[in-house]
Design a protein around this ligand. Structure first.
Ligand code: PGA
Length: 220
C-alpha cells in the first residue's frame, strides 16, 4: 500500500474554474481586453497564473508588462473571490478522510500561487492533516518540474515507490513521471480524458472513489 498520496489542486481536489475565470475576466475588462467564456479557461489554467494571463490576453498583447498589469488586478480580486463558486469534486472529501483513516499521508502540489493554495485547502478541507501543502513559490520551478513533489516526499520521509501523484492535466501527468512516482489521472477535471491517456499514466480515475480501489484501500 502507498504511504503518501499527493494531489494537484485546481481540477483535481477543487473545481475552481468559475472563480478563476471571473477574476481573470475582471482584470481583462479593467484594461478593455475581451473576456472569455468560463469553459475556455479549462485550457488556460495549469501552468500558474502568469501563464493563465498570457493565454487569456489577445495574441498581440502577450507581453510581460501586460501579464503583470493583469496580475495586479487579478490578485486583489481573487484573494476576496477565490471561494465564491469553487467546490470540492464529488467524493473527494470522503477519499481524503479514508486515506487519513488508513494512516496514509496526504500532500498537495499545485501551480496555484502559495497564498491561495494554502487558503483554499484550509477552508475546504479543515479536518484533513496534510503533511505538506505546496503552491507556486518565488524561485521554485513550477510543475511539470518535480521539485514540489520531491519536497513533499522528503518531508514525509518516504521513497518513490510508496508515493502516488494525482492530477487532471498533461502538466500533472508529466510531473508524476518526472518525479518517478505512480501517476494517476483524474478525468473529472479541466481536461479531456484523451489528454491524460496520451501520457500513459499508471491509472485513470473517472470518479474519486476509483483512487481508493486502484490503491487497494477499502472504502469506508
Ligand atoms: O494555477 C494553475 O495554473 C494550476 O493549478 P494546479 O496545479 O492546482 O492545477
Amino acid at each position: 500500500m502507498k504511504k503518501l498520496v499527493i494531489f494537484d489542486l485546481d481540477g483535481t481536489l477543487l473545481n475552481t474554474i468559475a472563480d478563476l475565470a471571473a477574476a481573470t475576466n475582471h482584470a481583462l475588462q479593467h484594461y478593455g481586453y475581451p473576456t472569455h467564456d468560463t469553459d475556455a479557461y479549462r485550457y488556460f489554467v495549469g501552468n500558474g497564473i502568469n501563464k493563465l494571463f498570457e493565454r487569456a490576453l489577445p495574441e498581440t498583447e502577450r507581453t510581460e508588462a501586460n501579464v503583470l498589469k493583469i496580475r495586479s488586478q487579478f490578485i486583489p480580486y481573487y484573494n476576496i473571490h477565490n471561494a465564491d463558486l469553487s467546490r470540492p469534486y464529488p467524493g473527494i472529501e470522503q477519499v481524503l478522510h479514508t486515506l487519513q483513516a488508513n494512516q496514509i499521508l496526504i500532500g498537495v502540489a499545485s501551480n496555484k500561487y502559495q497564498a491561495a493554495t494554502s487558503k483554499l485547502i484550509a477552508q475546504y478541507f479543515p479536518d484533513i492533516q496534510f503533511v505538506e501543502v505546496l503552491g507556486q513559490r518565488e524561485g521554485v520551478p513550477a510543475k511539470p518540474d518535480p521539485q514540489a513533489v520531491l519536497e513533499i516526499m522528503e518531508k514525509a520521509d518516504v521513497s518513490r515507490e510508496d508515493v502516488a501523484y494525482i492530477g487532471d492535466s498533461c502538466v500533472d501527468m508529466e510531473t508524476g513521471k518526472n518525479a518517478g512516482v505512480t501517476t494517476i489521472g483524474a478525468s473529472w477535471g479541466f481536461r479531456p480524458r484523451t489528454e491524460l491517456e496520451a501520457y500513459n499514466p499508471d491509472f485513470i480515475a473517472d470518479e474519486a472513489c476509483d483512487i481508493l480501489r486502484f490503491l487497494g484501500i477499502p472504502e469506508e
